[in-house]
Design a protein around this ligand. Structure first.
Ligand code: ZN
Length: 378
């Protein structure tokens, strides 16, 4: 566990009275075996929620993001990284006045007019890749890297935190690129943009989901069923530009947010290579359940338009999993043609945090400002 994670953990314990059962076990609380800890975690979660399939229990690793001060929260969750580290990784360090974390905020109306720093108003972020990131992408694409998912599983969390500051104005260290392959049925909507970098848990989750699609639809007639992925983050995170120089998204700065097209699974039909409004219940409910169950990253929230949430509720509202998961599927304007998924720093139960309600309150000012169907290019 890194110093930041230990510090965050202690802060959480102080704030919650140690409500996370895994925390009690690992911080010298009552002696609880790992198995009992998992059971206890499940019991506590289920005492407030309808039954859910087994998820990894909460852990200090799950949500250890450093953050800028917020109302009602400590001044910083964990020590801020060294300035030299921020200078190396944060592509907006200079634009932030040589501070690690910049500021973004205000009303949604004002956010609509926000722009990225001048040097980042561009269509492609490929020039911001490190040599190591370039080499990884090359080897993963030509197969010389070996099994990508096995590699992610081996390397994840070895270098500590990857996401810094806030999701709306942060950066990403050691970002990993999502690479389409025969194994994963993934299509990157705009690979030339180089905005398909994420944290290890994020990329592990996406790679795993892409493989789940292949497993679920193995018949040759469904070989065109693909997981179409939009923006995640730039190689080092930071602001992503959209059309006309405006911000493309309010978030997507720390490698923890991803836009995904609705799943189209029809025999003999290729999935549209763009965001679209075709929302078939069966494949998409299957996808949502897989998403929340992925073993790499806890899902904090899925943004979706309210009409689609109502459509889902009408069709699967009696499914116990809907009763349990629907509180993490939130309406947000601008999400009629894609999912926006936000993950935590590691595996864990839906919501990630010890107190998911606190987390959900933070999402009220969130938009994919300029995500648009294929017809609206920037
Ligand atoms: Zn998004």
């Amino acid at each position: 566990m890194t110093r930041a994670q230990v510090f965050f953990h202690l802060v959480v314990l102080a704030l919650t009275g140690g409500s996370c059962p895994r925390a009690l076990a690992s911080e010298g609380g009552p002696a609880v075996s790992p198995q009992a800890s998992v059971q206890l975690s499940s019991q506590l979660f289920r005492s407030k929620q309808p039954p859910l399939p087994e998820f990894p229990p909460c852990s200090p690793m799950t949500e250890a993001m450093l953050d800028v001060p917020r109302a009602g929260m400590p001044p910083a969750i964990g020590p801020l990284p060294q300035l030299s580290f921020c200078a190396e990784w944060n592509p907006e360090f200079t634009a932030n006045g040589h501070h690690c974390c910049g500021k973004v905020g205000g009303s949604t109306r004002r956010n609509r007019r926000l722009q990225c720093a001048a040097h980042r108003r561009k269509a492609s972020y490929c020039s911001e890749m490190t040599p190591e990131q370039r080499e990884y992408g090359r080897q993963a694409a030509d197969g010389t890297l070996g099994d990508v998912l096995e590699r992610i599983s081996r390397e994840a969390w070895l270098r500590g935190d990857q996401s810094y500051c806030s999701v709306n104005n942060g950066f990403l260290a050691w970002g990993r690129r999502l690479i389409p392959s025969e194994a994963n049925r993934i299509l990157i909507r705009r690979a030339d943009r180089c905005a398909d970098f994420g944290t290890d848990p994020m990329i592990g989750m996406m790679e795993w989901l892409g493989r789940q699609v292949k497993q679920e639809f193995p018949a040759p007639a469904f070989s065109g069923t693909k997981l179409v992925v939009g923006d995640i983050s730039a190689p080092r995170g930071g602001c992503l530009s959209g059309r006309g120089g405006r911000r493309g998204h309010l978030s997507h700065t720390t490698g923890q947010d991803v836009d995904i097209a609705f799943l189209v699974a029809k025999a003999g039909v290729e999935s549209p290579f763009y965001f679209h409004r075709q929302f078939d219940i069966q494949p998409n409910w299957w996808f949502i359940k897989k998403l929340f169950r992925n073993p790499y990253a806890c899902v904090k929230v899925v943004f979706l338009d309210k009409r689609l949430i109502r459509k889902l509720a009408k069709a699967v509202g009696k499914d116990p999993e809907w009763l349990a998961l629907s509180r993490f599927i939130r309406h947000m304007p601008g999400h009629k043609h894609h999912y926006h998924v936000r993950v935590g720093q590691g595996p864990g139960e839906p919501g990630c945090a010890e107190n998911p309600e606190l987390e959900l309150e933070d999402f009220n000012d969130e938009l994919d400002l300029l995500d648009a169907p294929e017809t609206e290019r920037f």
